[in-house]
Write a protein that binds this ligand. Structure first.
Ligand code: ATP
Length: 269
């Protein structure tokens, strides 16, 4: 569905945030990126939607080929890619519905999106809000919603985009453990129902174990683990986090979903 080949990112100042890396993300796969701060998780995610242009290597989607082969290709790839951020990136003074409608803008020309969007877009946005359980809050300003509700609006906005790919950068980092598990469960459920490929960066190992089909561990800009959650043992965590004591503490909450059988085979490291 989406592959990266020898992808490398060196930022100005010559800091290499991502060493040459090759990975393939299969259609419908729910992958979690783990790694300590500065390991390169955000850089990898931002490369996947073309927000960061790699120093070397390629990002190739089945639908569009090399995403940097032209501005139209990049625009199409981005239109098919939903983003979910830690701090939501919502407009607080606007309603939940207005924020979700932002997800529809990529389906229209810049000129057309200056006009009110068609009713069909409003229907899609309302359906997305219904799927995240917030239809009754459609006309509430998002700055009057809780953090968990705001993140569900962020997910609805990505879903309303009708994407093939969702990239989520620490989507539950600002939430309490129980809310974090519920929001992640919702994201996974929607991705699985719609066959959306998801790449999600997390700091909580337990959530990765509970929700991922595949875990990719990064350390200092290199992939040091690539496998199923079952394969994520103490030694793997040590490779990712450097030492056992550096690994984020387990989330002790019975509402964290129990591990299910992984639906995807381990990828080669
Ligand atoms: N725009 C930038 N310019 C220069 N250096 C950058 C830039 N963005 C990130 N970096 C550096 O690249 C490295 C990887 O950063 P990145 O944000 O990808 O890590 P991360 O794993 O997402 O970290 P965190 O978990 O703290 O968000 C870090 O050393 C960071 O300081």
């Amino acid at each position: 569905m989406l592959s990266i080949y020898d992808l490398q990112v060196t930022y100005p100042g010559r800091l290499t945030a991502l060493n040459p890396t090759s990975l393939t993300f299969d259609q419908g796969e729910f992958s979690v990126l783990l790694g300590p701060s500065g390991a390169g998780k955000s850089t990898l995610l931002r490369c996947l939607n073309g927000l960061v242009r790699p120093t070397n290597g390629q990002v190739v989607s089945t639908a569009h080929g090399d995403i940097h082969s032209g501005s139209v290709t990049l625009r199409r790839h981005r239109a098919a890619t939903g983003m979910v951020f830690q701090h939501h990136h919502l407009i607080g003074r606007l309603t939940a519905l207005a924020n979700v409608l932002v997800g529809r803008l990529g389906h229209h020309s810049a000129l057309r999106s200056l006009l009110p969007l068609p009713l069909a877009d409003r229907r899609i946005a309302l359906e997305a809000l219904e799927r995240v359980g917030l239809l009754d809050r459609a006309l509430t300003r998002v700055d009057q919603l809780s953090g968990g509700q705001q993140q569900r609006v962020g997910i609805a906005r990505a879903v309303a985009q009708q994407p093939r790919l969702i990239l989520a950068d620490e989507p539950v980092a600002s939430l309490d453990p129980a809310t974090a598990a519920r929001v992640l469960d919702l994201l996974r459920t929607i991705c699985k129902a719609d066959g959306i490929t998801a790449v999600v960066s997390l700091h909580q190992v337990d959530l990765a174990r509970g929700f991922a089909d595949r875990v990719i561990g990064l350390q200092a800009g290199a992939v040091v683990f690539d496998g199923t959650p079952d394969q994520l043992c103490e030694a793997s965590l040590e490779r990712i986090y450097g030492s056992r004591t550096d690994a984020p503490r387990a989330v002790e909450d019975e509402r964290v979903r129990p591990r299910r059988e992984p639906s995807y085979a381990a990828q080669p490291a």
